[in-house]
Design a protein around this ligand. Sequence first.
Ligand SMILES: [Zn+2]
Length: 173
Amino acid sequence: MKRITCPKCEHTFSFDESRYSQVKSISFACPACRKHFSLTLDEIEEMNREEIDAPYGYITVIENQFCYRQTFALKEGDNVIGRHSPGSVADISIQSGDMSMDRRHCIINVKPHPAGTRYTLRDNPSLTGTFLRNEILNDRERANIKHEDVVTIGATTFIVYLPEAEEDEYLTE
Ligand SMILES: [Zn+2]
């Protein structure tokens, strides 16, 4: 089974690709918004690879009363994180009913470096602030983050998973 995400409403559903090995592209109708779209098998592979093969690590949003568990790959540069909404402009938009999470709440910056990729977290700024390991970030603060750090934005918590454990020492102050 593969996971398919609707390009219009970002609803996610599963799909059995095994019967379609010979075709170039497959047409879908989103079960949520009914938009029609087509994807090639390569695009479907890409869509499903993102969460597994994340060279710069990923974040996992913990399930709570507002949302289910969600995982997002980090990319090089700024990763703006916030609550998903129609026309969302965040790089990582979390599907959640948590209204205390801004649509652009915080930013994780990924900066490749020969001595180890640097990961920093800053508030966007947001209305309710960004907490790293239960400590609120100051205005303009850029905090180093390490593997398995816990970040809280509004009532939502996510955990940061970084690709190489060796980087922890470099990142820890
Ligand atoms: Zn849709």
